[in-house]
Design a protein around this ligand. Structure first.
Ligand code: AMP
Length: 177
């Protein structure tokens, strides 16, 4: 299967959740068994020889790719969640949104020092979300080994922000923001 075929299965929803945003809806891609399988196979092939102990998935669409990728790489899966969702003691990291701030949390005992981690989300836009995840993992003395995304929106400089921490791998790239 070609990347162009995978790309055709991602649905674009204009002006969601607010005017001006071209929302990339991956639900139409992951419901297609051949497309979902191929996306995971490509992601897993790219990371199979890297020393990864854990895949960290970002709530919520990062769980879809992150958990499946952890299974394929024979790694453990660790969730990074929105505030108030994790039951045990957490560490939190605030990050900037276009208007205001948001917060992500991880269990404070989730990572043993020195473990190698792959951070996964569905889409890379400005990189703020995954930079916050990388900061959380560094605070727990984890080693960020890489970032993986199904989709990258070019032109928002997300890649630049994240490459300060580790290499970035994306399957599909879109020029419009
Ligand atoms: P950012 O922190 O700017 O890189 O934004 C990435 C997060 O916001 C990811 O969790 C995405 O699921 C979501 N997101 C941002 N822009 C879009 C978009 N155009 N379509 C779908 N999801 C998006």
């Amino acid at each position: 299967m070609k990347l162009s075929d995978i790309k055709k299965s991602v649905r674009n929803i204009p002006d969601f959740p607010k005017p001006g945003i071209q929302f990339k809806d991956i639900t139409t891609a992951v419901k297609n068994p051949a497309v979902f399988h191929e996306m995971l196979a490509m992601l897993a092939t790219n990371f199979q020889n890297r020393p990864i102990d854990y895949v960290v998935g970002i709530e919520s669409r990062g769980f879809i790719f992150g958990a499946a990728l952890a299974y394929a790489l024979h790694c453990g899966f660790i969730p990074v969640r929105k505030p108030g969702k994790l039951p045990a003691k957490v560490v939190s990291q605030e990050y900037e949104l276009e208007y205001g701030t948001d917060k992500l949390e991880i269990h404070s005992d989730a990572i043993e020092a020195g473990k190698h981690i792959l951070i996964v989300d569905d889409l890379l836009a400005t990189g703020g979300t995954c930079e916050a995840a990388a900061q959380l993992l560094k605070r727990l003395n984890g080693v960020v080994e890489g970032f993986a995304f199904a989709i990258e929106l070019n032109g928002l400089n997300g890649r630049q922000k994240l490459e300060k921490y580790a290499p970035v791998y994306t399957l599909l790239r879109y020029d419009e923001a």
